[in-house]
Ligand binder design. Sequence first.
Ligand code: SF4
Length: 475
Amino acid sequence: MINMKATTKATTAWLNSEEYKEKNFAREKLVINPAKACQPLGALLCALGIENCLPFTHGSQGCTAYFRSTLSRHFREPVAAVSDSMTEDSAVFGGQTNLIEGVRNAYALYKPDVIAVFTSCMAEVMGDDINAYIGLAKHEGAIPEDLPVALGNTPSFKGSHITGYDTMLKAFLVALATERQAEKINDRLYVVPGFDTYPGNLREYKRVLKIMKAPFTLLPDNSDVVDAPNLGTYELYPGGTPLTEVKDALNAKSFLFLQSYTTMTASKYVDSKEVPTETIPMPIGIKGMDQFIQSVAKFTGLDVPDEITQERGRAVDAMTDAHQYIHGKRFSLFGDPDLLMGLVSFLLEMGGLPVHIVCTNSTTPFKKAMEALLASSSYGQEATLYPNKDLWHLRSLLVTEPVDMLIGDSHGKWAARDANIPLVRIGFPITDRVNLHRSPIVGYTGVINLITMIANTFLDDVDRNSPEATFEMMR
Ligand code: SF4
């Protein structure tokens, strides 16, 4: 008779061995639990940030249910999106009827001022000529001729949610923004947050920009959509970047992109229209936020207000107060490129030691930038970047080369449990804790929030595991 207990124990021991890690890292054709979502999900998040915009998937209903449920679970908010429900017959005969009838119904029911059409894999594999279908829908009177429709092709057999976000943002600019005219240049700084699932971050940017007296437009801005107040009635379109400001985007005085890897196509498009653009790293940590403040101050030509200097000072004070809990601790991280750059930069500022950095969405420019960042600090010397690896690779790393903490989204909880280390949830999606998306991780406020999350998690562990003799009031 098989002794199941002994077999399970032996299998677990083998899964945790160097031998298994070697086999796991030799895997080439199979991906297990990648740290990424599909392209249309990113397009949908982008579309939620435009005023009175209805996100519309040209593709199957199941895909749309996945995007909506993932976003809803993260934000704990309803996510309005429709699809034209392509099924087997559309796969054979094409999706023209679905799209025309879909936009007809969607417009009649939900009266949007703009429709964002993006695709799921099925429509892309078939090669539907969606632009022609949209033209036909207007010609047949299914939707008004002058209704703007932004089209993003978002095939998910390549790229990820960040590619889809980028594609959709460019599509909005192409569909809505009028050509740049010298006599119509406005006085605004267009700030592009990139794929950001923290409405708290977007509110933090707006708060600081107001203090700095910078006329600005946040493009797109989904903070009031994915974090709408509960006032007793449901609003379908509760916020978003005003359409007039999207239309005037190419007349911006200047653009500031706050992520380097999620808006590359959109920033190239803006640049090609001769709009001054600047891209800075996501403002996480003191250095990151300093760069943001300097860029905004350069734009306004004004001195940095004392209020900001005070905020910075409080963040530095919080770092000093808590450095002993983070300094010398070993960390594993996984997530999107911009988030990882920011978090690693912050850890290096605190004397934390990044050890494993897993990025499923890695690219060559990101790899170079991360390696340069790690090389710039003595605290970065133990780190290895694992480009294009998944969370099953990460598990092998955690059980064979132990660290003190894992930082990443909720998908990391299994690997963290197997390695018996705490997981600090930062990233997307966070589906098993509440309210984290409401607290900024960017800016000087974000520095304090990150310290609070990381240091207090370590301290909780110390208390939980302390013997009676060292169970202290003070830590
Ligand atoms: S990967 Fe393709 S088929 Fe799967 S949910 Fe995403 S769009 Fe749909």
